[in-house]
Design a protein around this ligand. Structure first.
Ligand code: ADP
Length: 258
């Protein structure tokens, strides 16, 4: 794969106590920089803004009010990008922050503009675009109108937009199981999925962790979008981001949607 989108989930980036996992970000920066230096086009879609903001503000739980979540997200986004940038600088790379909304697929003008930005950024040697949904301007109550809903689907949309070969989705779980492993100790990992069946949707039921918002349901929606566009997605565990190297060298890791 020469053009890769990597999505990291909140559960991978943020401790339960809302502290940013600096070692994960350091390793991510190393992997992304190495791929970029190898001539690959890489885009990172990073969640974790609300979690990081909760850490900055010492909040024990996620605020309920949407406007408060938006405020916390703005604070956390600044913190996260700063951490990414510091990590990337060690490898002579810099972050390009791209906060986008669903407008980019709904409005031709927005679409053109975001495509132009991606094109310029991907042509640069020392830059890693880091994408997140622009929480300050999207409004959750109007979900279907303005929000992607989550970064899982956002990452699939970005993968479609820039015509990437592969979306690597890193979460806190080794892949897609035939049942939620947290609830079912006999759950088995499914190594390849080429078609999202009703049984698979049932296996994804329910939400995930304290911070992660989508659970497997939104990951399956992302996978559906990827398959529809004849692209590929790998869902794998992000606790050690070096796993990206193994995935790219073709090792059977996690769940391949193809
Ligand atoms: P992220 O923050 O990485 O986006 P989430 O916490 O939203 O991740 O979703 C991952 C969680 O989804 C897993 O930790 C697991 O508890 C849950 N889950 C539910 N069903 C499944 C399944 N069939 N296979 C794997 N994980 C599942």
């Amino acid at each position: 794969a020469d053009r890769i989108v990597i999505k990291v989930g909140t559960s991978t980036l943020i401790h339960q106590n809302s502290k940013v996992r600096l070692s994960v970000i350091d390793k991510l920066a190393h992997v992304l920089s190495t791929l970029k230096k190898d001539g690959k086009d890489v885009v990172l879609v990073s969640s974790g803004a609300i979690g990081a903001g909760m850490g900055v503000l010492h909040l024990g739980k996620r605020p309920v009010k949407i406007s408060q979540q938006q405020a916390v997200s703005s604070i956390g986004q600044a913190e996260l990008i700063q951490i990414y940038n510091e990590a990337l600088h060690k490898y002579n790379m810099c972050a390009a922050q791209m906060l986008i909304t669903k407008d980019v697929i709904d409005y031709p003008e927005s679409h053109t503009n975001v495509m132009n930005s991606f094109q310029e950024l991907l042509a640069m040697d020392n830059t890693i675009p880091i994408v997140n949904e622009n929480d300050a301007v999207t409004v959750s109550e109007m979900d279907h109108l303005t929000k992607f809903g989550d970064n899982d689907q956002l990452s699939a949309i970005v993968t479609n937009l820039i015509d990437a070969d592969l979306l690597i989705m890193l979460s806190d779980i080794d892949g897609f199981y035939n049942a939620n492993p947290l609830k079912n100790p006999n759950a088995r990992l499914i190594s390849q999925i080429d078609h999202i069946t009703p049984n698979i949707i049932t296996a994804a039921g329910g939400h995930g962790t304290k911070f992660g918002t989508g659970g497997m349901t939104t990951k399956l929606k992302a996978a559906e979008r990827i398959l529809k566009h004849h692209q590929q997605m790998v869902l794998a565990n992000g606790k050690d981001p070096e796993i990206i190297f193994n995935i790219l060298s073709g090792d059977p890791i996690g769940t391949l949607f193809t």
